[in-house]
Design a protein around this ligand. Structure first.
Ligand code: PGA
Length: 258
């Protein structure tokens, strides 16, 4: 982790902790984050509890824990059943939004084009995007990792260059998500460095300021190795973000490398 970029640890709860369990977890995380802000901590609860989680955190530790939505509509309003716009998410207390998670790409038909449009809508409204990219196992095995990652990145890199440093990028190899199969620190650092290099062509400022997070089976025990890499500025955490001890174990690891 480079000292120039403040580490960011984001917990993606996915479709879990959508009731009182989410409120309790948010309160516990807020209590642990009251003291310092060397590490930026963000939680992404399901839409059902965004507002209550935001109120809970604001009461317990104002400004210490960011709130992210897991998706947004690129449209401002209208006949889009089931969707939420950027302004609605801001209203619910979000500052952040996860965009283009591999589950949304694989299960809900999201494309590079929709990721670009959502990223533009988020930034325009003042939401900070965490944009996810990453290759499947078949793509890695075929030697196509960088080709895929560059294609996904190129779709939105000029959009995030409108506010360098506002958006974070999460590199999440799809084969390492949710199954305990973490990329080695070398595999992760290699792709992170390539992403940063690719951003330099868009603008050196963008490359310098953008935090590139790693995601895929991050746990307290593998976090120190990953987070000590020069181009890994944090983590997007799924499974281990659902319980206070496992999540704070990762935040503590980040605090030690910050
Ligand atoms: P995981 O999920 O930590 O459970 O692998 C990561 C993610 O999907 O963002």
């Amino acid at each position: 982790m480079s000292k120039a970029r403040r580490p960011l640890i984001a917990g993606n709860w996915k479709m879990n902790n959508g009731g009182q369990d989410g409120i309790d977890l948010a309160r516990a995380i807020a209590a642990e984050c009251r003291g310092g802000n060397a590490v930026e901590v963000v939680v992404a609860p399901p839409a059902s509890v965004l507002h209550r989680v935001s109120e809970t955190i604001e009461k317990a530790a104002p400004g210490r824990v960011g709130i992210a939505a897991q998706n947004l509509s690129p449209e401002p309003n209208g006949a889009f059943t089931g969707e939420l716009s950027a302004s609605m998410l801001l209203d619910a207390g979000c500052q952040w939004v996860i965009i283009g998670h591999s589950e949304r790409r694989q299960l809900f038909g999201e494309t590079d084009e929709s990721v670009r449009a959502k990223t533009a809508a988020a930034l325009k409204a003042g939401l900070l995007p965490i944009v996810c990219i990453g290759e499947t196992l078949a793509e890695r095995d075929a030697g196509r990792t960088l080709e895929v990652v560059y294609r996904q990145l190129d779709a939105f890199s000029s959009v995030i260059n409108s506010k360098p440093g506002a958006a974070a990028i999460a590199y999440e190899p799809v084969w390492a998500i949710g199954n305990g199969k973490v990329a080695t620190t070398e595999q992760a650092q290699e792709v992170h460095a390539a992403i940063r290099q690719r951003l330099t062509a868009v603008s050196p400022e963008l490359s310098q300021k953008t935090r590139i997070l790693y995601g895929g089976s991050v746990k307290a025990d593998n976090a120190p190795g990953l987070l000590s890499q020069p181009d890994i500025a944090g983590a997007l955490v799924g499974g281990a973000s659902l319980k206070i001890d496992t999540f704070m174990g990762i935040v503590s690891a980040a605090r030690q490398t910050a």
